[in-house]
Design a protein around this ligand. Structure first.
Ligand SMILES: *Cc1c(COP(=O)(O)O)cnc(C)c1O
Length: 470
């Protein structure tokens, strides 16, 4: 499908409108609905325009029933008020909105502490539109550092930089490699290992490797990749060969879970090899969509020539971003949430979510028809497949039938070398309560007798059956 083309069909039929929307005079003000794919010839009343857009959006899904997305779908009313107050603020206008700029700096400082930067005051970082932009920035920094070290052979020589990762990376890393012309070297899945293998990753490294990406945690099954073991394998590689390969941790979800629930897990700047970390403020950072964070251990990890400067209170302020203008409301909301919850508050929220995930995973398992791949004890996310003796239906049937009850649960096939395995995945978020989990399980239980009576799996269009979200 091409990107956002018009309908390409003959001129639309005139459609009629609800006469009530013609405000003062329902008879004459609106005899015909406005066109949908070209700019209407003239204006209409704001109330009418509002009602039209509002009505159409009613058909969007109910985000609270969406068990596919990692992104925050509920915040407190106070956060909503604050975001409304900030909706005119442009993140890039540091001079005009110095307080918003200051809140961004405080958030970076708080994250540097949270992620155990050895010298938090030396860590550098920025807000972004999400983890995707943060990963682009981190990848660019890795590539530029490598290019600097190899200035004698790149770009003049016939060499191509590469980035090593598990095959389970989120699509943003494939984008990075495509957009920035870096070879993606992917460690495949094997057997019951559904994410990176430290030794296999180290074996893929050579003198053109700009870095290795470790994921905390994987979108495919919610598991944490073994970051410390990955660093150890790269330490051994350095001892053997002299190659010093930095690690970036894609903590889109886990960088806001592990610091609160898995304090003993060493995955962050405590590992000297970890050069940078990203997270999505709008996932387990608990903010509405539109904010991510990228942090580097120190200034050395972020080549200075990538940083631009904008005007700030008569001086200048460094910025690193792909966008120029960008809303400030999400950054204010992130600061609000940090302030509102503190460490203990975050721990309580994330622990509750993990409890819901673990409880639901156990109960799905006890239905007998399913085999769990993960149990919700790392990210509050679990993946499961049908038990070996289930032949009447498959995961795509389950996903399609759950939609009848409004639940969005994606089903998808794993990548190399486990293309034989298809799974369902449930992402628990704050707002998916024990009550909702009970209702979900009731609906799933009610479906099972019908599914078991199928002659064979019935979903032909697997893509349409599921809502695929990585
Ligand atoms: C969600 C996710 C991303 C992309 O993050 P956005 O904030 O949606 O841009 C990247 N990596 C991982 C591991 C993710 O889970």
């Amino acid at each position: 499908m091409p990107l956002h083309t018009g309908p390409g069909t003959p001129e639309e039929r005139p459609r009629s409108m609800n006469p009530f929307y013609g405000e003062a005079n329902p008879v004459v003000e609106m005899t015909e609905a406005p066109p949908r794919h070209r700019l209407p010839a003239g204006p209409m009343l704001p109330t009418t325009a509002y009602q039209l857009v509002h009505d159409e959006l009613m058909l969007d899904g109910n985000s609270r029933l969406n068990l596919a997305t990692f992104v925050t779908t509920w915040m407190e009313p106070q956060a909503g008020v604050l975001m409304n107050e900030c909706r005119d603020k442009n993140m890039i206008d540091k001079d005009e909105y110095p307080r918003t700029a200051e809140l961004e700096r405080r958030c970076v400082a708080m994250l540097a502490h949270l992620w155990n930067a050895p010298h938090p005051e030396a860590a550098v970082g920025c807000s972004t539109t999400g983890s995707s932009e943060a990963c682009m920035l981190a990848g660019m920094a890795l590539k530029r550092r490598w290019a600097r070290r190899n200035a004698d052979r790149y770009p003049s020589g016939n060499v191509r930089p590469n980035l090593v990762m598990g095959v389970n990376v989120q699509v943003c890393w494939e984008k990075f490699c495509n957009f920035w012309e870096v070879e993606a070297r992917q460690v495949p899945m094997e057997g019951d290992r559904f994410h990176i293998d430290p030794q296999a990753a180290a074996d893929l490294c050579d003198e053109n490797t700009i870095g290795v990406v470790g994921i905390l945690g994987s979108t495919f099954d919610g598991s944490y990749e073994p970051i410390a073991e990955l660093c150890a394998a790269l330490d051994a590689l350095q001892e053997r060969t002299g190659l010093d390969v930095p690690v970036h941790v894609d903590g889109a979800s886990g960088a806001m879970i592990a610091p609160f629930l898995d304090e003993d897990l060493v995955w962050d700047f405590r590992l000297p090899r970890v050069a940078s970390i990203n997270t999505s403020g709008h996932k387990y950072g608990l903010v509405y969509p539109g904010v991510g964070w990228a942090l580097w251990r120190d200034e050395e990890a972020l080549p200075e020539e990538l940083v631009f400067r904008v005007n700030y209170l008569g001086g200048d302020m460094p910025t690193f971003a792909l966008n120029f203008s960008r809303p400030g409301a999400q950054v204010a909301a992130q600061y609000y949430t940090f302030l509102r919850l503190g460490r203990e508050g975050y721990r309580a929220v994330q622990q509750t979510t993990r409890n819901v995930a673990r409880g639901l995973a156990e109960r799905v398992e006890s239905l007998g028809d399913f085999r769990l791949l993960t149990r919700g004890d790392e990210l509050p996310v679990f993946a499961f497949t049908t038990a070996p003796d289930v032949e009447a239906y498959d995961v795509f049937d389950v996903s399609r039938r759950l939609r009848e009850y409004g639940w969005l649960v994606p089903a998808y096939t794993f990548p190399a070398n486990r293309q034989d395995l298809s799974v369902l995945r449930i992402v628990c978020r704050n707002g998916f309560s024990t009550d909702l989990a009970d209702l979900f399980l009731e609906d799933l239980t009610r479906l099972l007798p019908e599914l078991r009576r199928q002659p064979h799996p019935l979903t032909r269009d697997k893509e349409a059956a599921t809502s695929f979200h990585h």
